[in-house]
Each structure stands twice: as C-alpha cells, then as structure tokens.
Design a protein around this ligand. Structure first.
Ligand SMILES: *Cc1c(COP(=O)(O)O)cnc(C)c1O
Length: 388
C-alpha cells in the first residue's frame, strides 16, 4: 500500500469513529419517527433534543433557536430566501461580499432575478472586507447583510463581530456562513452579533447531509420547507435522527478538544507557510497572514496549473485542492482568488492545503518532500516559466 495523505479537510472531513458509534443505534434499534407519540418516537425526539441542546450550548444560543437542515447549503438558502421573503415589503436590498460560497451567491442571483438588489462588497488583497464599505452600502431598503465567517479557499476570517455591530445599529438582520469555523474556532452568536448562522456537520467530523441554521429569537423568516410541523414548523420532513445525533456528538467532541486542535494545526500551518517559500521560488501566500483558519494554507505557485500539481500529488497519495478548474465546464479560476487581485495565471496556479484531526507532522514532512520536485518538473515543461 502506498502512502495516503489527506489534506483537503475544507472540502470534507471523515466522520469521527465516536460520532459513528453514537449514530449507529438510530438506524435500527432506535429508528422511531420523532413525531410519533409512542415510545419509539419519544426516544428519537429525546435524542434530537439532546443534540439541539449540545449545539446551542456550543454556539451560546438557546435550543429553540436551532433548526436542523440537510447541510450548509440548505442553511444558507433558508437564511437568505427566508428573510427575503419575510421582509420583501420592508425592503429589497441585501449586502454581501464577493468571496462568498456558491451556496450564498446562487440564491442571491435568484433573488436578483426576482427584483432584489444585491451589493457585493469587494475585499482587499488579504481577503478582508472593510467596515466603512459595509456602512456605506446600507440604504433604507437594506433588509439583510450576509458575510461569511471564514473563507473556504483562502481561510481569511472576517471581523464578523464588528460587521454585526454595524448591522445591529441600523436594525438590519445579519447572517454569517460559519460552515468553515464551527467546530474549528470558537463561535458564539452573541459575541459575533449575528441573527442567523449556518453550519454543516461534515466539516467538523460529523456526517454528511446534516447541518443547522441558528435563528435568533424574534427574527422574521419564512418557513423553508412546508409540510409537517417538524422543527417547530420551520422545516418540514421527518428528522434525520442518526445525522442529528452525529452532529451533536461531533460538536461535543470539538468543544472538548478544540483548543488543542487549534494549537497543533496552526503550528503545522505556520510551518508550511514558512517552509514552502524556502523550498519553492516564486510562490505567494493567499489569504490573510494572521487572521486565517488554523488549518488553512493557500499558495499560488506561479507559472504552473493548480490542476497539474493536484494530479501529480495524487500520484503520491496526497490529496489537496486548487482554485483552478480547467477540466470542469468553466475555464474561470476561483472568484475568490480573482477578488483578492490575482491575475488569471496566478489564480490558476493555486494550491490549497487544509489539515484536520488526523493530520500528522509526518504528513507535512511527506508533502514538503514531494511538492518541490513536482513543481520543478512542471515548471520545466511550462512555456510560462523562464529559468533565471
Ligand atoms: C462546505 C461549505 C458549504 C456547503 O455546505 P454543505 O453541507 O456541503 O452543503 C457552504 N459554505 C461554506 C463556506 C462551505 O465551506
């Protein structure tokens, strides 16, 4: 067996075995429908409420402010479409950033077609939006501001608490996509001044296909899925009991070991940020040097294609990611990398390395051993690269 090194935790993380163990009984023995009145149903309901309480505790929220969803994408769609629908008589203006996940930008495009106006705030070279810009963009028609907590590509962490303060002063709802931060760094809804917050289980060692939207008490938002009265009538459909149990267990584990994980992963991150430029000439760190996720490293490696690097690394069993997507239908590099001012060429040469719970120091050694010769070989073949 050749060595396998997974360094793509921002895309998804394996489910923790303890999470899997907690979920297991809810597929067969404890399979009840949480809406049923008999003991089977009550058992499932109790397990769901236990998870809700755990998640609420982690976020500094109340259990009744948590709605379980099918993932981060649904939570984002629910927040945007739900608030837009509830407040359309009040106003039709929404403020966001140019570096949001597609789970935000696509529903916003849909709202634009329906007559909403969206202001997309630019970011600086580190990927940060400016507070003055937020303030300036607000009009008397603004009903919602949505800015992601940390960016999934470049790892930059936004000053959410300060943006939230501005939103609060203007009595405008504030949503954050915290899919990359929940379980990874402290996230408290009061400290962050948010009214709505999205999260997803599979990004913090829970199962795929389950997430949640935090909705501050009193927030006006329309029901997203209509049908039964599950989730207090906010999201119909029989609850995914095993998934919700897994999400609860996953957040519980994160709460216990997060401080240690932050320390370990940020040390690996800083090692990569220090060593890659020493081993490879002509590279550029993308994202903020300090205000970034503990597990995120993103470099542009000039004169070569991110996808070629990825495929070569994969031959050595190393899994990373890139903002370049030449083999996909679009030739456009990542909108995030273009937004921080990279030209197309540099954006196409990006390499994202994201670490997680099972990343070892020796994995980083292995990457640092394999990457430089790969880059050298690809550059030797690149017409863009002129040897000095
Ligand atoms: C992964 C991700 C999502 C989507 O979450 P899913 O659970 O996969 O639907 C949304 N936003 C960000 C920032 C993400 O990283």
């Amino acid at each position: 067996m050749s060595k396998k090194v997974y360094l793509d935790y921002a895309a998804t993380a394996p489910c923790d075995e303890l999470v899997l163990e907690a979920m297991q009984p809810y597929f067969f023995e404890k399979f009840g429908n949480a809406s049923s009145l008999h003991s089977y149903g009550q058992e499932a309901k109790a397990a769901i409420e236990d998870s809700r309480a755990k998640l609420a505790f982690f976020l500094g929220a109340r259990p009744e402010e948590i709605v379980f969803t099918s993932g981060g994408t649904e939570a984002d769609n629910y927040a945007l479409l739900g608030v837009a629908s509830a407040l359309e008589k009040k106003g039709n203006h929404i403020i966001t950033s140019v570096i949001e996940h597609h789970a935000i930008t696509e529903p916003l495009k849909f709202l634009e077609k329906k007559g909403f106006k969206v202001t997309y705030l630019g970011v600086d070279r580190d990927g940060l939006i400016s507070l003055e810009q937020v303030e300036k963009a607000i009009t008397d028609k603004t009903i919602l501001i949505s800015v992601m907590h940390a960016n999934n590509e470049i790892g930059t962490i936004q000053p959410i608490e300060l943006i939230g303060k501005i939103a609060k002063e203007h009595k405008i709802y504030f949503h954050t996509d915290a899919v990359q931060t929940v379980g990874h760094i402290p996230v408290n809804v009061d400290d962050l001044n948010v009214d709505l917050l999205s999260l997803s289980g599979h990004k913090f060692y829970g199962p795929k296909g389950v997430g949640a939207l935090y909705i501050r008490k009193g927030t006006r938002i329309d029901t997203f899925l209509r049908g039964g009265d599950q989730e207090n009538g906010r999201r119909a459909s029989t609850q995914n009991t095993p998934g919700i149990v897994g999400l609860g267990k996953a957040i519980e584990i994160c709460a216990q070991i997060m401080a240690k994980e932050i320390k370990f992963q940020s040390a690996l991150r800083d090692r990569l940020i220090r060593e890659i430029p020493k081993l490879i000439p002509q590279v550029k760190l993308n994202g903020h040097p300090a205000k970034r996720l503990p597990n995120n490293v993103n470099f542009s490696i000039k004169f070569i294609e991110g996808e070629s690097i990825l495929l070569s690394l994969d031959l050595h069993g190393i899994a990373c990611s890139t903002g370049s997507a030449c083999t996909s239908s679009s030739l456009e590099p990542s909108h995030v990398l273009l937004a921080i001012g990279l030209n197309h060429e540099t954006a196409h040469g990006s390499l994202r390395i994201t670490m997680g719970r099972w990343t070892k120091e020796s994995d980083i050694d292995y990457l640092l051993e394999k990457l430089p010769p790969i880059v050298e070989k690809l550059r030797a073949m690149s017409p863009l690269y002129e040897k000095k």
